[in-house]
Design a protein around this ligand. Sequence first.
Ligand code: AMP
Ligand code: MN
Ligand code: MN
Ligand code: MN
Length: 280
Amino acid sequence: MNYLYDLHTHSNCSDGQLSPTELVTLAIANKVDVLALTDHDTVVGIAEAEAAAGNDLHIISGIEFSSVWKGRNIHVLGLNIDIESPALQSALEIQAKARFDRAKTISEKLAKVGVPGAWEGVQHYATGDNIGRPHFAQYLVDSGYVSNFAQAFKRYLGAGKIGDVKQQWPELETVIAWINAAGGTAVLAHPDKYDLTRTKLYTLLQDFVDAGGTGIEVISGNQQPAVTSKLIRAALDFSLLVSCGSDFHSSENGWQTPGKMSELPKGYKTVWDDWNILTG
Ligand code: AMP
Ligand code: MN
Ligand code: MN
Ligand code: MN
């Protein structure tokens, strides 16, 4: 039996559009068999996702950790983690504080370039206290500073711009250690999104493996076959387990819907091979 795995999705517990229940309903409609909810730096949506999934879908407890590596913002997925583990609990506290402090800093920086009121503004868009750059993007759009998300990132929030504040995030090796301590599989998320040369990508992968990382997201959303080939090659070169996910956030801004990402080439060792799920 060929099961459909989507191991990278977001809910409104971070910067996604749908509640965990709505996400699960959409994933079931799209014939996903195994879904990882991987909100940014939080697991608060997992219980709701599991309750909504019932017997129709298998939920993998996941998280997408923010980290820095050589001054860049790198995302690492923790898949099949024990969300009750003390290691994860303390990591969550650290990340929540980092995200809160960062949001304050972003607000101050935006005020200095003529965008006041961002701190108050983002409170309307974030569910709870998990504030991310997309919430700032929404504020910038709704307040008329930019006309869409792409512009918000291009002018204010993207790499190298005033709102790209990342000094609060832990080092790459720290988040990998958290994931391993929580019994999970550490997977380098969307390696093609970091605009790295092949040499830099391989330096990153060497550091990732040295720190205890074991997986690589070979498929992220809808991608070009050449990217898939490049990442399969990298997986083989570093003996990494392969993973795939839509990185679904919403039905807007060009995100893929759950389960509708490019196909993962067969014949490679996957992150789920050793999870012992969906047998029988
Ligand atoms: P943060 O977790 O606060 O650092 O925000 C990063 C998130 O911003 C990513 O996970 C995406 O959801 C979103 N994002 C990053 N770049 C863009 C972009 N160019 N357009 C739209 N959304 C983006
Ligand atoms: Mn996001
Ligand atoms: Mn990401
Ligand atoms: Mn993501």
